[in-house]
Design a protein around this ligand. Structure first.
Ligand SMILES: Cc1ncc(COP(=O)(O)O)c(C=O)c1O
Length: 547
């Protein structure tokens, strides 16, 4: 009889062949390590252990390992204290079932170690890398937030410049507080009719790099958000082409684009376009559990070991196996059916067309912007009813209260709906019918009860780095008295989580008017110590502090 040790390389070969057969039809997926840029294999990279009998041949090895570990009858003296469900609080177990508790296991030997993976986690991550076209993939249990923070920390030392769009997600700001990187902001195009910002262009990035070089600054990395929350994509290939001759790596916040590899009508992924690191919220459009994300890498410009170290620094030492296995399951779900997105895409296209025909309703598309952005995610449908004199909040309230339609994102002018693998035909039909109803009911409304806003992004003056501002002494001042002061906190309407005032920036009349405007419309202001925004924290100048 063959020993398994002898036989395993053949199994692995067959498995990698099968995986490449299940690759999305549009792409030829290179096996790990043979992608466009061969990654530097981390010195500490573990050699994959042989799969245990329990997971051999499994389509989702981590899910399978969790299942077989939980099935063992054992006397359990480990954490968590609900003891595999024996002491589960009934209020929750009645709601979500005992299964969640029985499989909520800690890092037992057979379940591998997230920070030194050599068994099922490594196997699951490798399969994800293969499917998503990266040379290395890390599973994340603290959302894309920790992926972005780790990517920035791994590429910027304190004082290095980080080129970023001014409308970056709040996690990029926290990454600067953690790393000590200094921002070089690029102001994205902003459409005040929609109160929506687009992406950034490669010429903006090029110009920012030239300015920094002229001033002799050290550039750590360029980070762009593509797609944005509204689905607007930047030309990542063009940005990469501006950065690589200078050996500057590119990180893409692709939190909203984890599905891009899985349909011909989706934009190209960041990794396909040559970015070194792409952070994807698998839990947003794909089907893993909330908080689970992936960080993909495809280059030798970034040190994989450093990324691993930063991830260990930022994540819990008790990662949830429910989250981790949900990433493996979401990957397997796509591998098993590469046509999964055919139906959602068809529904989304049809829905867009039908919404467009409704009087008073507009649908966001690329023509909204002057810049030549290459693509918009077809699954993100952003609608405005401002021609019916309805603000985004009013339209959203009507849809929720009168039609039981729950959107993904609401802004001052527009509402955004996310289509995904679970969207049903009846849901999109109801959305169209409800929009027609709103159009008929409000077509005679003459009076406009809302006003357009000015860009909250274009007038800013940075006096301290986010890190300096974070650690300085601060005082609370009444909102009216804050103009001209240096902001000491991050003030960010949520959603979409785009900061309007960043620690270290001068508080301006424009930023305050925008914040007060969105607050009055009901948007939650996060980050500020006073969520009602009657006061804000500002920097105490040194002479004041010592007085
Ligand atoms: C553009 C963008 N980047 C990053 C994030 C953070 O993602 P996560 O919630 O997975 O931490 C978000 C969250 O909404 C986002 O909108």
């Amino acid at each position: 009889m063959f020993s398994f040790t002898f036989f395993y390389p053949f199994l692995a070969l067959i498995q990698s062949f099968l995986v490449s057969q299940e690759s999305p039809r549009r792409h030829v997926i290179a096996p790990c390590g043979t992608a466009r840029n061969v990654p530097r294999i981390a010195a500490t990279e573990a050699t994959p252990a042989e799969p245990s009998a329990a997971v051999q041949g499994a389509t989702a090895p981590l899910v399978q390992a969790l299942k077989s570990t939980a099935a063992h009858e054992v006397s359990c003296f480990h954490f968590p204290g609900h003891n595999r469900g024996n002491a589960a609080p009934s209020s929750l177990s009645n709601l979500i079932g005992m299964g969640a508790f029985m499989h909520d296991l800690p890092e037992l030997p057979e379940l591998d170690d997230l920070f030194y993976p050599k068994g099922v986690i490594l196997d699951a991550q490798n399969r994800a890398a293969q499917l998503f076209g990266s040379s290395k993939t890390w599973f994340l249990v603290n959302g894309s937030t920790c992926g972005i923070q780790a990517a920035v920390m791994a590429t910027c030392s304190p004082g290095d410049y980080l080129v970023i769009p001014r409308n970056c997600h709040i996690s990029v700001i926290s990454a600067m507080v953690l790393s000590g990187a200094v921002p070089k902001y690029i102001v994205p195009e902003y459409n005040s009719g929609w109160d929506i910002a687009g992406g950034v262009t490669s010429s903006q990035v090029d110009q920012a790099l030239k300015e920094l070089q002229k001033d002799g600054k050290k550039i750590g990395v360029v980070l762009v958000t593509s797609p944005t929350y509204h689905g607007i994509c930047s030309n990542v290939r063009g940005i990469v082409d501006a950065c690589h001759p200078l050996h500057i790596p590119v990180i893409v916040d692709e939190a909203h684009g984890a599905h891009f590899r899985f349909h011909d009508s989706f934009p190209s992924t960041a990794i396909e376009q040559g970015a070194e690191l792409a952070v994807q919220s698998t839990h947003k459009v794909l089907s893993s559990l909330t908080q689970s994300s992936m960080l993909h890498m495809a280059s030798d410009l970034v040190d994989a070991d450093k990324v691993s170290q930063c991830l260990q620094l930022l994540q819990s030492s008790s990662p949830s196996y429910l989250l981790l296995s949900s990433l493996d399951a979401a990957r397997a779900q796509l591998s098993e059916n590469l046509k999964s997105f055919d139906e959602p895409v068809a529904m989304a296209f049809e829905t867009r067309e039908q919404l467009r025909l409704i009087p008073g309703i507009s649908v966001l598309d690329l023509s909204t912007f002057v810049s030549d952005f290459p693509a918009i995610d077809p699954l993100r449908i952003t609608v405005s009813a401002t021609d019916l004199h309805l603000s985004g909040y009013e339209a959203d309230d009507i849809l929720a209260e009168e039609h039981q339609i729950v959107s993904e994102l609401v802004g001052t002018m527009a509402v955004t709906f996310a289509v995904n693998l679970g969207t049903r035909q009846q849901d999109v039909e109801k959305l169209v019918q409800s929009a027609k109803h709103v159009s008929e009911k409000h077509s005679s409304t003459k009076e406009s009860r809302f006003r357009k806003c000015h860009s909250p992004l274009d007038k800013f003056s940075v006096k301290l780095t986010p890190r300096e501002a974070f650690f300085t002494n601060k005082k609370r001042v009444c909102i009216e008295d804050s103009i001209g002061e240096i902001c000491g906190e991050l003030i960010c309407p949520y959603p979409p989580g785009i900061p309007v005032l960043i620690p270290g920036e001068v508080v301006t009349q424009e930023s305050l008017s925008y914040l007060i405007h969105v607050r009055d419309q009901g948007m939650v202001i996060s980050g500020a110590a006073d969520a009602k925004l009657n006061s804000i924290m500002v920097w105490i100048m040194n002479h004041e502090a010592s007085a």
